[in-house]
Write a protein that binds this ligand. Structure first.
Ligand code: PLP
Length: 470
């Protein structure tokens, strides 16, 4: 026991460790404070460990100790927000960050973020400006709206609209549209948070104009239509056309709001994609306000856009909640850059990555699969088979839920059915410097290559793959 106490007393001090070669190296890399902090906890741990194992050999090797500290500092400073390869086949994957931004938007973010800007400063009058004005012109040009405002995401947009126009009021919604999106956004919950009273109208599969007409009253704040983003009701169904619902609302002097979710600005059906109601179409069919996401089909930064009648937008902007939900200058910079690209509907398809990926041809994707299947097979060796396969991609993020895009990719399978080897290879791909995320299908790891553009980067890191052998 005395030996141990002597040993612990004889350990180098923090100061000595800081002044050692290893200590000085770490300080020049990370700065004194954090190195001191890690040295202190490492010493503390060492002491505790020794006290628990009293009869062990007494040994303190400074090189070993410092190498442990170096490792813990490296771990502390690794960035957890990593770039990954999204080979899941879901283009707008919420867990993988949805839309990649176009180069133009990234350049705008860099430009605006490196110094001061007129985010809320009117250069004409020298007075306080309105940040929405920075993008409103383009939203209005592209959608036919009279006015627009931007908030943190579409959930915030819906919340703000409800709270402004329907607090302590009723909001009729068709029973077929009481959606839950990604678990955390449920229409009934958002309604109650906004202080609105949900009035369920019609049935799950069929809702008629009469159903709405019966519940509209002076207590109604607005009528809401919600895009059934992640499911479809099929079979014996009926919903009220926008034009009729908006006419009914107008007769009752009640705003008609359409939560479009994805809110596409382009009719993508001319590019082989399924037909979705565009923002412009919804407004033309009589919606007084529409709400939609910036990072779904639009292909921009995370934000929510509210567009429509100028008097309603003005009321929304006066709500104190708007201040809490507003977006920063970086989002504004990116959104403005993306909207500007839409002014040329021909070139936008190539310039906005989300649109480019969604309209990528199967032949193009198949060519990628053929090019990389050989090198991948070589790396994986004889325990695994790599096969080129046709498959279907999804748009994702609740856009066009059942429509699947013809795509191609690779199926990676252990040659002998072996779930442990399958799990191993899936996690090996996730542990690469730039993790590769695929999906699992019928005992195989599947890579849908629609979203693979950086082929060389993908192939270059394969040599680091830790492969499970039998
Ligand atoms: C995605 C979606 C939302 C939520 O939008 P976020 O931008 O993810 O906040 C709300 N309503 C509908 C219909 C949606 O599809």
């Amino acid at each position: 026991m005395t030996d141990l106490n002597n040993h612990l007393r004889g350990l180098p001090s923090i100061d000595e460790l800081l002044r050692s070669q290893g200590g000085e190296d770490l300080c020049s890399l990370y700065g004194n404070d954090i190195v001191t902090n890690h040295l202190r906890s490492a010493l503390e741990e060492y002491r505790k460990a020794r006290l628990q194992k009293t009869n062990n050999e007494v040994l303190f090797v400074i090189e070993e100790f410092m190498s442990g500290v170096r490792q813990s500092l490296e771990t502390f400073f690794t960035t957890d927000l990593r770039s990954v390869f999204n080979l899941t086949g879901t283009v707008l994957h919420t867990n993988l960050g949805r839309s990649p931004l176009p180069r133009e938007a990234i350049e705008e973010i860099a430009r605006v973020s490196s110094g001061a800007s007129n985010i809320e400063y009117d250069l004409g009058s020298g007075k306080r400006g309105d940040r929405d004005k920075l993008v409103e012109r383009w939203v209005c040009h592209l959608t036919g709206a009279e006015a627009a405002t931007v908030v943190n995401n579409n959930a915030a947009a819906v919340l703000l609209v409800l709270n402004t126009l329907a607090r302590r009021k009723e909001v009729p919604v068709s029973r077929g549209e009481l959606v839950e999106i990604g678990g955390s956004f449920r229409i009934p919950d958002v309604m109650s948070r906004a202080g609105s009273k949900l009035v369920e109208v019609g049935t799950t599969n069929r809702t008629h104009l009469d159903d709405f007409a019966r519940v509209l009253s002076r207590k109604t704040g607005l009528v809401m239509k919600v895009h059934t983003s992640n499911y479809v009701v099929e079979g014996f169904t009926s919903e009220v056309p926008d034009e009729q619902l908006s006419e009914l609302c107008r007769a009752h002097d009640t705003p008609f709001v359409n939560d479009l979710g994805s809110g596409t600005l382009l009719d993508l059906s001319s590019y082989g994609l399924p037909k979705e109601e565009t923002v412009a179409e919804s407004l033309a069919r009589g919606a007084d306000l529409v709400t939609f996401s910036g990072d779904k089909l639009l292909g921009g930064p995370q934000c929510g856009i509210i567009a429509g009648k100028a008097d309603l937008i003005a009321r929304i902007k006066k709500n104190a909640l708007k201040r809490a939900l507003r977006v920063d200058k970086l989002t504004m910079a990116a959104l403005g850059a993306v909207l500007k690209l839409y002014v040329d509907p021909v070139r936008v398809i190539q310039k906005v990555p989300t649109l480019k990926l969604l309209t990528r041809s199967r032949a193009d994707i198949l060519a990628v699969a053929r090019r990389i299947s050989g090198p991948l097979q070589t790396v994986l060796g004889s325990d695994y088979s790599v096969e080129v396969a046709e498959m279907k991609s999804q748009i994702g993020s609740g856009a066009m839920p059942i429509d699947l895009l013809p795509s191609a990719g690779l199926r990676i399978e252990p040659k002998k059915k072996n779930s442990r080897m399958l799990r191993k290879i899936i996690s090996s791909f996730r542990q690469l410097p730039k993790p590769v995320v695929g999906r699992v299908n019928d005992d195989a790891l599947v890579f849908d290559l629609r979203c693979l553009e950086l082929e060389t980067e993908f192939l270059q890191q394969l040599s680091l793959l830790k492969i499970a052998r039998e």
